[in-house]
Design a protein around this ligand. Structure first.
Ligand SMILES: Cc1cc2nc3c(=O)[nH]c(=O)nc-3n(C[C@H](O)[C@H](O)[C@H](O)COP(=O)(O)OP(=O)(O)OC[C@H]3O[C@@H](n4cnc5c(N)ncnc54)[C@H](O)[C@@H]3O)c2cc1C
Length: 837
């Protein structure tokens, strides 16, 4: 007798079950209920249509209910919701589009209702300007806002959907702030890998706020304000909340089908629920982790599709079981790709599983073949070497690496399997020692006792200043850029000759940039009787995410003066390029540009090649170097700053770093260190802004922005009336006494309310000046201030003046520091220019 099969949910799981059932049985009666207007649409493509990467909306609708009837004779009922399930009578209650309700009986029932966005009880979360993205109507609403000219968006949540939405809004030219409550974005990845992704996002213009949850959403004029737990306020035209998902299973509450405490449907390995003849697949089910065996809820399309196929097979008498999920996932972040499979360190620690972590930074293919790109990969194994998880990040080759690792993990492989893997190699495709092999070799070396590897986390807890010594075995030029505090520099090639310099009895920590030279040094040292650990992954892990924090030169915070273009290319500001162009034009001879290809070289290769060529070229000539090593972007900036070399252009696109450096034409142009202690002449500038007049404030910020563009730290110290420039335009409720409140009301509230020092004419003067500035295309004071903050200009409010005027920090714009005269004098002492305005 033919079976009557009902399916709840018509997208990934539902549609897969339906078509597989029909292919297995021509006689079955198949009815598929879908609450929304579309079936089988590509939810994974939704963010990309908002960004107009996928141009045609119709491409997202993989099939229609008419097509499903014509080809498969599947009765698709859209805009129809199953509101209850009655296992005892083998029926479901259905609510049709017109609101009427009816019952439908079944022989077999498949549930694939998916998940819906989490809406935690945050005040204002139900405001109409707070959107979420789950289906085509959601996408249409967001796209309509963007097409309507929205300028800014706050995205809540640094998971896959949040990041994809943020990136696509950047493609559409919006200012995007992404807020993540956890210390780092992308929960499936460990901190080091997430930080590389965070850097890519920031480099591409996303303002990233991490470790700061959302406290409330409030409507403001023309938009919505998001306030975070730390008190930051982000004003935007709209918000996209992508905080996470929960199973869409409310309709099952009274059914008696077993759900876990979070509402996920419990299934066995055949994907059968606790009720007879009811099956479930997809985002709404709790399955198990194929690596460690515990319960797992995985909201990914691959598992949903495979589970749905297994259900169809089981219904039709083909006995099949689901072997669990290992959560293999991948994400593109602008040009960068990040991926993971299996468990990460956090999960392993939570489960109490002992593990070892190893890092490698291999090239995606032979280094000598053009276009080689480095990736960063991490594997996690148990003490016997069995693979538990892997992660990778880079511009090319990440997808191949993670799929190979996912396959080995699936087959319960270990580090020896990785070392032995026989993969297809020719120079354009891979290296003879593939990234997977390299990961295996590295882990083998440690597990077999050839080297003692430690992660940076372990270093932090195990390093003892009194008994240990850190040896940086990189070249001098690398050490000068940044080094671990307290490290001494003995380049690997001179280590054997300089062994005598290492005090006996010290426990040693070796490191290099990617771990390989550190490993070789470690082998030399241990064979000479020293106890030594090697820092796995090297400083590359730090440099890609946190170079400023480990800088020996004390340059904390960015002095980045780059502008991000639409295509993601970053360049120096127009005036820099202009100045460089003028200098070139002024030269009597046409300037020779020497091209150097450093692609495929890993750190310190590009830096060494650059230095070698800079030494060779003549004063006034330009060196254009292209590298595929992502760390070179920061390295070259730091090197140029330290040596006073002019950077004519610096860009990063599609994983390539391009830089043009001009060798100083004369001694006057050269600002190399001059005194015996090798201190560079300071490029820092300090401005004291005493005046609260509009014209003087404009002048101050024009000078500050110019100074920031020339490099060096720029500090603006606002004192007395100058502090009014920094006030927020809207009142902030803070505790004040009578005089303070009076002062607060009498003084101008922020940049928009300042008067002119001359010709103020009861407010007409400022209005006229603003109009003239607009006509002449001069930035307003507000936008000059934003530019200054973006370019790293430090805004410091004088503590004493704030006390005198009764102003509180909450009343000042975000990003302002409060400091005393000591702070100012400290900065002034290190500055070449000091202005009082
Ligand atoms: C924006 C976005 C991007 C994504 N990107 C990726 C990606 O790149 N890679 C990846 O692996 N995964 C991605 N996913 C996740 C992936 O889409 C899901 O894991 C997958 O669709 C789950 O399939 P499912 O059948 O369980 O649920 P869904 O495909 O969500 O289908 C469930 C359907 O059931 C309907 N429904 C629910 N309850 C009822 C009811 N009572 N009656 C009738 N109908 C009902 C819902 O309307 C919904 O359409 C993405 C998801 C989104 C939203």
């Amino acid at each position: 007798m033919s079976k009557k099969i009902l399916i709840v949910g018509g997208v990934a799981g539902g549609a897969t079950s339906a078509t597989r059932l029909r292919r297995l049985d021509e006689t079955a009666s198949i009815i598929m209920f879908e609450r929304g207007p579309y079936v089988s649409f590509a939810n994974c493509g939704l963010p990309y249509h908002i960004g107009e990467v996928i141009k045609e909306r119709s491409n997202l609708v993989v099939t229609t209910k008419e097509a499903l009837w014509n080809r498969y004779r599947i009765d698709v009922r859209t805009e129809t919701e199953v509101i209850a399930v009655h296992p005892e009578s083998k029926e479901v209650t259905v609510r049709a589009k017109d609101g009427s309700e009816y019952k439908e009986s079944y022989d077999e029932l498949i549930l694939s209702p998916g998940a819906m966005p989490l809406t935690p009880p945050i005040p204002g979360i139900n405001h109409e300007l707070v959107k979420s993205l789950r289906n085509i109507p959601d996408m249409d609403k967001i796209k309509e806002i963007v097409d309507g000219g929205a300028k800014s968006c706050a995205v809540i949540g640094g998971g896959f959907i949040g990041i994809e939405v943020a990136e696509n809004l950047i493609h559409r030219g919006l200012n995007v702030t992404l807020i993540e409550a956890a210390p780092h974005i992308l929960a499936p990845l460990d901190t080091e890998i997430s930080m590389i992704c965070e850097k890519e996002m920031r480099d591409n213009g996303i303002e990233l706020i991490i470790n700061d949850g959302v406290k409330s959403f409030t409507e403001i004029s023309g938009g919505i304000r998001t306030e975070t737990a730390s008190g930051r306020q982000i004003d935007a035209d709209f918000v996209v909340a992508a905080i996470g998902v929960r199973p869409d299973t409310a309709f099952l509450k009274e059914s008696g089908i077993e759900l876990n405490p979070r509402g996920y449907i419990k299934v066995n390995e055949r994907m059968a629920t606790s009720a007879d003849h009811i099956w479930a697949a997809g985002d709404a089910v709790e399955t198990f982790d194929s690596v460690t065996g515990g319960a797992a809820t995985i909201a990914l399309a691959g598992p949903a599709n495979r589970q749905a196929r297994i259900i169809a097979d089981n219904i039709m008498g083909i006995n099949r079981t689901y072997k669990g999920s290992q959560g293999t996932s991948i994400l593109q972040i602008f040009d960068l790709v990040a991926a993971s499979t299996g468990n990460n360190e956090r999960q392993l620690r939570q489960k109490g599983i002992d593990y070892r972590a190893y890092f490698v930074h291999p090239m995606n293919h032979a280094t000598y073949y053009p276009g080689a790109m480095q990736l960063t990969a991490k594997i996690l194994v148990d003490p016997q070497g069995k693979l538990l998880g892997a992660q990778a990040v880079g511009y090319e080759g990440v997808d191949k690496f993670i799929d190979v690792l996912a396959a080995v993990l699936w087959m319960k492989g270990d580090v020896n399997d990785l070392a032995d893997l026989d993969l297809a190699y020719a120079p354009p495709f891979l290296s003879a020692k593939s990234p997977a092999n390299m990961a295996g070799f590295t882990a083998q070396n440690d597990l077999e006792g050839l080297v003692k590897s430690r992660t940076f986390l372990q270093f932090e807890s195990e390093y003892n200043k009194e008994t240990d010594l850190i040896i940086d075995v990189r070249e001098e030029v690398e050490f000068e850029q940044h080094a671990l505090p307290g490290a001494i520099n003995i380049p690997l090639n001179s280590l054997r000759e300089r062994l005598g310099e290492i005090p006996a009895g010290k426990r040693l920590w070796t490191y290099c940039s990617i771990g390989l030279r550190g490993y070789t040094a470690n082998r030399i040292l241990t064979q000479h009787g020293f106890e030594a650990f090697n820092l796995a992954g090297g400083t590359r892990l730090l440099a890609l995410g946190t170079v400023e924090e480990t800088h020996t030169g004390g340059h904390k915070g960015k002095q980045d003066v780059m502008t991000t273009h639409e295509d993601g290319t970053q360049v120096l500001p127009e005036e820099h390029v202009q100045a460089a162009a003028e200098a070139v034009m002024a030269a009597a001879e046409p300037v020779r540009v020497i091209e150097v290809d450093a692609c495929g070289l890993s750190c310190p290769g590009p830096l060494m090649k650059m230095k070698e060529n800079m030494d060779k070229i003549n004063p006034g000539e330009v060196l254009h170097i292209r590298a595929s090593d992502p760390g070179f972007y920061e390295d070259v900036k730091a090197w140029a700053r330290r040596t006073g070399t002019e950077v004519l252009s610096l860009s990063k696109a599609k994983g390539f770093v391009d830089v043009q450096l001009k060798k100083a034409a004369s001694l006057e142009e050269c600002i190399l260190p001059v005194d015996p202690t090798c201190q560079q002449p300071s490029k820092n500038k300090t401005l004291v802004v005493f005046s609260g007049d509009l014209d003087k404030a404009i002048a101050s910020f024009i000078i500050a922005n110019g100074a920031a563009a020339m490099g060096g730290k720029v500090t603006m110290f606002f004192t007395f009336w100058g502090i009014n420039v920094l006030r927020k335009s809207t009142p902030v409720s803070v505790q004040k006494n009578f005089i303070e409140s009076l002062f607060g009301r009498m003084m101008p509230r922020g940049a928009g309310k300042l008067g002119l020092s001359k010709m103020n004419m009861a407010g007409m003067g400022p209005a006229m000046i603003k109009k003239i500035m607009k006509d002449k295309n001069v930035d307003s004071l507000e936008s000059l201030m934003m530019t200054a903050q973006k370019n790293g200009v430090e805004l410091v409010a004088c503590q004493m003046s704030m006390d005198l005027l009764g102003l509180k920090l909450e009343e000042l714009i975000d990003g302002v520091k409060v400091g005393g005269v000591g702070y100012y004098l400290g900065d002034a002492e290190e500055s070449a220019v000091n202005l009082f305005i």
